[in-house]
Design a protein around this ligand. Structure first.
Ligand code: NAD
Length: 508
């Protein structure tokens, strides 16, 4: 079946190439009247995508509650609102991204002697693409790349994660109701299905997930020379420059760090993974973390419907293993709700309290909490002698997706930027490079939540390559095609390039 889907998407793309030899029709309200993958067609599909999410917001929230125990507020803020907003923006800004006009591109001005030549750069769809998404923010991380593929004019096969089956099944039902089934399809399944899918030739693969699987997918893509976007994760450090912060700033820093860690129970690619801080500021920082957690969850996180759960049994035993094996001292939390078979059901039975662990500098290097990305609500604190030592530690490890640094010092900000590599650097906040939605604002109207779309997001080295959202996602799915048109009348200028060579033409 997958071969048939691939063939049918390819045929849609070929049709789009032949139909685009005719100029675009005037936009009309009937989707069927647009030439396939023309600009008005793409804009219509983007609006349909926004409708899909808006009209099914409740069902989508519910599916993530069933699969992950994810709080509704988190889904509205980071997924539903974000995707609607970005689909609408993509439809609105698309003409500017492609260069507009029937030919869709930009004319380029050439040097004086080339006057009369016509040079252009056009952004052309790569072809039929594959989008593979993970479970942790499945609405955003599936549909945000879909927005880019639609905008670019690429038919797409969408492969959501088998770890969130209720969501993936719902998506497979909704996509054909809202998007053109000739152009956008969903494939369900796990490793056997994706392995088969990867045998086929795709024009681009957009993968979001972990670096181990990324290597498998990149190896399969290499067989067809398929370009990729890899949105991966890793250990994003937090550097606290205690010396530059007053008591109030350290309190706010702790609140922002803890908030970044408890979202989706720490299962975020940009979660603050561990904290680097000088010993003198540690007691104050720990009590500020405790105060923040008490204010977020006055009756305890595990009793709160605003606090998420661990996605699967496999991840749950991994996280429990981390708590069991760390040599550090648990200074906040540490509790586990292992309710399988009890009054709690499904995902809701797999809870891990927000937990802060103080590591011992002497034994920390081998500690289980400092090995792989934690992807859990566990925040280890690693004491360091200075900010310089913290930077040294970060430099000695894989380039993270994000470096968070809390400082009031411009000099330290400069050192963090100049002395490290990472996909993003965020000073004095967490997670805000992606969402920026404010709670009170969201409560009044989540669709108008403020989303930070003006800076690109993505990794470097082990944390991946390629960028999102909006225009940057669109750019992942197009290639730059240069077009040069040289008039016959320019021939007199080319005399010197043809053999036989003369003495003058060989003089330099
Ligand atoms: P996952 O287990 O859902 O896997 C992601 C996708 O890979 C799924 O669609 C799955 O079917 C597919 N897959 C799994 N095994 C495969 C195999 N052997 N061959 C081919 N495909 C396979 O999700 P995950 O990987 O656990 O997601 C979490 C990771 O994703 C974390 O490392 C996190 O940091 C990263 N992440 C990155 C971003 C980002 O934007 N940079 C966002 C979210 C998550």
């Amino acid at each position: 079946e997958i071969t048939e889907i691939h063939a049918s998407l390819s045929s849609t793309f070929l049709t789009s190439l032949s139909s685009s030899t005719k100029p675009n029709t005037t936009p009309s309200s009937k989707a069927g009247q647009y030439p396939v993958l023309s600009l008005p067609y793409r804009q219509h599909q983007l609006l349909q995508l926004a409708r899909l999410v808006q009209e099914n917001a409740d069902a989508l929230c519910h599916s993530l509650w069933v699969d992950e125990g994810k709080p509704r507020q988190e889904v509205l803020m980071a997924e539903i609102g974000a995707v609607i907003d970005r689909a609408l923006k993509s439809a609105r800004e698309l003409e500017a991204w492609v260069g507009g006009g029937a030919d869709m591109g930009e004319d380029v001005k050439l040097a004086g002697w080339q006057v009369g030549w016509k040079a252009r750069v056009e952004k052309k769809a790569k072809g039929v693409v594959l989008i593979i998404s993970p479970w942790n923010y499945p609405i955003t991380l599936t549909l945000q790349p879909v927005c880019g593929a639609i905008a670019a004019g690429c038919p797409a096969l969408i492969k959501p994660s088998e770890v969130v089956p209720t969501f993936s099944k719902l998506l497979a039902e909704l996509v054909p109701k809202y998007l053109d089934p000739a152009t956008y399809r969903v494939a369900l399944g796990g490793v056997p299905e994706i392995t088969r899918i990867l045998e086929l030739k795709w024009a681009h693969i957009f993968y979001t997930g972990n670096a181990r699987v990324a290597r498998i997918i990149a190896a399969a893509a290499a067989k067809h020379l398929t370009p990729m976007t890899l949105e991966l994760g890793g250990k994003s450090p937090v550097i606290i420059d205690g010396a530059s912060l007053g008591e109030a700033e350290l309190r706010v820093a702790a609140r922002r760090i803890v908030w970044g860690k408890v979202n989706n129970a720490g299962q975020i690619c940009v979660a603050p993974d561990y904290v680097l801080i000088e010993p003198a500021y540690i007691p104050q920082f720990i009590s500020a973390c405790r105060a923040a957690l008490d204010s977020f969850f006055p009756n305890g996180a595990l009793n709160s419907h605003d606090y998420g759960r661990i996605v699967s049994e496999a991840h749950f035993s991994r996280v429990k293993g981390l708590l069991r094996d760390t040599k550090g001292r648990v200074v906040i939390g540490g509790g586990v709700l292992d309710g399988s078979g009890g009054p709690h059901e499904g995902a809701w039975a797999r809870g891990v309290e927000p937990t802060v662990v103080l590591l011992d500098e002497a034994t920390a290097a081998d500690d289980v909490l400092l090995q792989d990305e934690l992807f859990a609500p566990i925040l280890p604190i690693l004491p360091v002698a200075s900010v310089a030592a913290a930077l040294e530690y970060v430099r000695a490890h894989a380039h993270p997706l994000v470096i968070y640094a809390f400082t009031e010092s411009d000099e330290v900000k400069r050192e963090v930027k100049a002395g490290t590599m990472s996909g993003n650097v965020v000073f004095n906040d967490t997670f805000n490079q992606l969402s920026g939605a404010y709670l009170s604002f969201v409560r009044f109207s989540f669709r108008r939540a403020s989303i930070l779309d003006e800076i690109p997001f993505g990794g470097v080295g082990e944390s991946g390559y390629g960028r999102q959202p909006l225009k940057w996602t669109f750019e992942e799915f197009v290639y730059l095609r240069s077009v040069l048109d040289v008039p016959f009348s320019e021939e007199p200028k080319f005399g010197g390039r043809y053999p036989p060579s003369s003495k003058e033409s060989l003089d330099f």
